[in-house]
Ligand binder design. Structure first.
Ligand code: DGY
Length: 321
C-alpha cells in the first residue's frame, strides 16, 4: 500500500522522524533556518496528506484551494493566527496546534524578558563589551525593581497563569485582564481581575500574552500607552499584531512609558536597522518564547502525534477547529 505523505516545512533532525518512517513518507524543506518559498510549499503540499508547518507559513484560502489531498495542518506553535482556520474547516482539513508542551518554557522566557528589561541586563552586558565600565557610580545602569511590584497580565491563558506563578515567587501583586474571568487563577494565585483600562493604569509591568485575533488586533495602541504609568514596562510575548508598533516606538521615544521587552513584532523577522533596535529602552528578542531544545522537540512530536491520529482516522490530540 502506498504510504501517506507528510511534508515538513523546515529541516528537522532525522531522529524525530525515524519512529514514523515505516508508516509515512516524509518530505522536508532542506533548510533549517530559511522558510520554504511559497511555490515550493504549494507544489509539495499538493501531494501531501499531512503538513507540519511553522508560524511563518501563511495557510490561507488561496493555499488551501491548491492542496486537495491535505487532511491535516499541524502548526508547530500554540498561536495559529497564520492559519485561516475557517477556510480549513470548510474544506474538512483539521488544524492542530501545540498547547501545554510549551507553557512553562514560554513563561520562563516571558519572565526572563521582564527581568532583563527592568534591570537593563542586555544594556549592562553591552556596557562592558563596549568597554565603558571605568568606574562604579551610584546610579550606573540603575533599573526598576521587580519584587513586590504589580504585574498586569493581558491574556490569562495557560502561559499567563504560568507567568503569574513566577510573579508570585517574586512577591508581586497579580492583576489580569481576560475575555472571561478565571476563578481558579483568582483563588490559587490571588489574581485580581481588572477591566483593560484599569489594568493599564495601575500595573507596573503590563504583560501581553493575548492571542492575535480580530478583537485583540492592536489593542496596545496610542491610547493604551497613554493610559500606562510613566514608570510602566511593557512586555510582549504573544504576537506583534496586538501592538500598534508606531505608537509603541513613540511612547518609548517620548518616555511615556519606561521600557519595553519584546519577543514578537508586527512583521518578523526584524533587522538591526529597525527603529526599535535604536532605542536603549527596548529589549528585543527574535521570537524565542518556546525555544528550548526539549520543548521544540516536544512540539514537533506533538505535531506528529496529531498527524498520525488524523491520518489513521482518530481524533487529533490538540485540534483548534
Ligand atoms: C507559539 O507557539 O505561538 C510561540 O509564539 C512560538 O514560540
Amino acid at each position: 500500500m502506498q504510504k501517506s505523505v507528510i511534508y515538513i516545512t523546515r529541516k528537522i533532525p532525522r531522529t524525530l522522524v525515524e519512529p514514523y518512517e515505516d508508516t509515512y513518507e516524509f518530505r522536508m524543506w532542506d533548510k533549517a533556518d530559511e522558510p520554504v518559498p511559497r511555490d515550493v510549499l504549494v507544489t509539495e503540499a499538493k501531494n501531501a496528506d499531512g503538513l507540519l508547518c511553522l508560524l511563518s507559513e501563511k495557510i490561507d484560502a488561496d493555499f488551501l484551494d491548491q492542496v486537495p489531498n491535505l487532511k491535516i495542518v499541524a502548526n508547530m506553535a500554540v498561536g495559529f493566527d497564520n492559519i485561516d482556520v475557517n477556510e480549513a474547516k470548510k474544506r474538512g482539513i483539521v488544524v492542530t496546534n501545540t498547547p501545554d508542551v510549551l507553557t512553562e518554557t514560554t513563561a520562563d522566557l516571558t519572565f526572563a524578558l521582564l527581568m532583563a528589561t527592568a534591570r537593563r541586563i542586555t544594556e549592562a552586558s553591552d556596557y562592558i563589551k563596549q568597554d565603558q565600565w571605568n568606574h562604579w557610580s551610584p546610579f550606573m545602569l540603575a533599573g526598576s525593581d521587580i519584587h513586590h511590584k504589580t504585574i498586569g497580565i493581558v491574556g490569562m491563558g495557560r502561559i499567563g497563569e504560568a507567568v503569574a506563578r513566577r510573579a508570585k515567587g517574586f512577591g508581586m501583586k497579580v492583576k489580569y485582564y481576560n475575555r472571561s474571568r478565571k476563578p481558579n487563577a483568582e483563588q490559587e494565585l490571588d489574581a485580581t481581575y481588572l477591566a483593560f483600562d484599569e489594568l493599564l493604569e495601575t500595573a507596573d509591568f503590563v504583560v501581553s500574552l493575548v492571542p492575535l485575533t480580530a478583537e485583540s488586533k492592536q489593542i496596545f495602541n496610542k491610547e493604551a500607552f497613554e493610559k500606562m504609568k510613566r514608570s510602566a514596562i511593557f512586555i510582549n510575548a504573544s504576537r506583534g499584531g496586538v501592538v500598534d508598533e508606531a505608537a509603541l516606538i513613540q511612547a518609548l521615544e517620548n518616555k511615556e512609558i519606561t521600557a519595553a521587552g519584546l519577543d514578537v513584532f508586527e512583521k518578523e523577522p526584524i533587522s538591526a536597522d529597525h527603529p526599535l533596535m535604536k532605542l536603549e529602552n527596548a529589549v528585543c528578542l527574535p521570537h524565542i518564547g518556546s525555544a528550548s531544545t526539549a520543548t521544540r522537540e516536544d512540539m514537533i512530536s506533538l505535531c506528529f502525534k496529531n498527524i498520525a491520529a488524523v491520518l489513521t482516522g482518530d481524533e487529533p490530540l490538540t485540534p483548534v477547529n
